[in-house]
Design a protein around this ligand. Structure first.
Ligand SMILES: Cc1cc2nc3c(=O)[nH]c(=O)nc-3n(C[C@H](O)[C@H](O)[C@H](O)COP(=O)(O)OP(=O)(O)OC[C@H]3O[C@@H](n4cnc5c(N)ncnc54)[C@H](O)[C@@H]3O)c2cc1C
Length: 359
């Protein structure tokens, strides 16, 4: 009998891992939604909704041998997964990759894909009808959003507010300084070292004004909260011996195990192991998971496997629309040309479409 692996969540970790392992084991991918959400394109999709359909990719052609069950998993134990409708998926190994949530309309909320489409249309409408846009939070999402709006809607008055004294303070200084200069050259007002004091929602854009901790007030306009992701960790939190890290993530050991259950693994945004919540992180975690699960299928024990080590200096690519931007590519900081060629022009859509058999 072949070894059964259940993967919960068909995001960047789950979808690729299922595809990589379907020749080696009996794979069941459990995903609650009808479509994969290609997040790098979701920022531009707020400004240019014509790319939304490209960013939402159906699961039907992802696997050849494995199966995808469209259902919400509610519980994990040592011998399998319980689904919302009470059905069971028995498994020898379980990978929990339930990811994270972010602000509207960048990722779906509990309303799923159709709600995401409606939210995208509504917020695009608000963006079109307002002259002023304020983005709270200058991580990659907030900074890219400012750049996308400045590129496609140069007539807008855009303010980007960050609590940190520089942009991307954990990266080489050149990255944040160059992005700030490019945003300012495009007319974006960048306010650093200041916090929004009257943010009405952490997840839903709204029309309102903003009071800042430096005493400034930004007059009424469309406010985008862009303050980061929060892990979807309820399933893991119920397991014995788990401990929580930051942003609702669950800590895992060096073999990506979150709990006292030896055959349950967790990876991606839901798991805290020293990597940031990025696709870049999943690109390092997936090869480890693939190799390790293959070894387990072949009869090895978890403790015989080489432990996972997180990125030391993970790369980051920050386009400001399809033409400009800056990147840190682990060894050096790159400018407009490489950022555009690697990410800004195509937003990795082709790669995702290829994986999902969409042409
Ligand atoms: C707007 C935006 C842009 C981004 N751009 C980039 C970028 O350019 N580069 C980069 O490196 N990172 C980027 N990121 C971060 C990146 O999206 C995440 O790191 C990545 O999605 C994590 O992948 P994951 O597989 O862990 O989880 P997710 O992609 O969140 O996938 C989790 C999946 O699990 C499913 N799920 C959850 N709970 C259940 C359940 N109980 N039962 C069944 N299914 C369930 C969800 O429906 C979802 O499909 C971006 C994030 C955002 C919000």
């Amino acid at each position: 009998m072949s070894i059964r692996i259940a993967i919960i969540g068909g995001g960047y970790i789950g979808a690729e891992l299922a595809q990589e392992l379907e020749e080696k084991a009996e794979i069941t991918l459990i995903e609650q939604r009808t479509h994969f959400v290609h997040t790098p394109a979701m920022i531009r999709a707020v400004v240019d909704p014509s790319i939304l359909d490209d960013a939402l990719v159906p699961y039907d052609k992802l696997l050849q041998r494995g199966r995808v069950i469209q259902a919400r998993a509610t519980k994990v134990d040592e011998i399998g997964v319980t689904l919302e409708n009470g059905e069971r998926v028995e498994a020898d190994y379980i990978v929990v990759a339930t990811g994270s949530e972010n602000a509207m309309p960048f990722k779906p909320n509990s309303g799923g894909i159709e709600q995401l489409r409606a939210d995208n249309a509504r917020i695009h409408g608000l963006l079109q009808s307002t002259g002023r846009v304020t983005i709270v939070g200058a991580g990659a999402v907030g900074t890219e959003l400012a750049g996308e709006i400045a590129h496609f809607m140069p007539e807008k008055e855009i303010t980007l507010v960050s609590g940190t004294p520089t942009l991307f303070p954990d990266m080489p200084q050149k990255l944040g300084a160059s992005l700030k200069a490019k945003l300012e050259a495009a007319g974006v007002k960048v306010i650093l070292g200041s916090r929004a004091e009257n943010l009405e929602s952490l997840t839903v854009p709204y029309i309102g004004d903003l009071s800042l901790s430096n005493g400034q007030t930004v007059p009424a306009g469309l406010v985008f909260p862009a303050i980061g992701s929060r892990a979807t960790s309820e399933i893991l939190a119920a397991l014995p011996g788990v401990s929580k890290g930051s942003a609702n993530r669950i800590k895992v050991d060096s073999w990506m195990r979150p709990s006292a259950l030896p055959n349950v693994f967790a990876a991606g945004d839901v798991a805290e192991m020293g990597d940031a919540m990025t696709i870049v992180a999943t690109s390092r975690q997936i090869p480890w998971l693939k190799k390790s699960l293959q070894a387990l299928v072949g009869g090895k024990k978890v403790e015989d496997l080489k432990p996972y080590t997180p990125w030391k200096k993970a790369p980051i690519l920050v386009p400001l629309g399809p033409e400009k931007g800056n990147s840190f590519l682990s060894l050096f900081t790159a400018g407009d040309f490489l950022t555009r060629k690697i990410k800004g022009e195509g937003l990795f859509l082709q790669k995702t479409h290829k994986r999902f058999g969409v042409h």
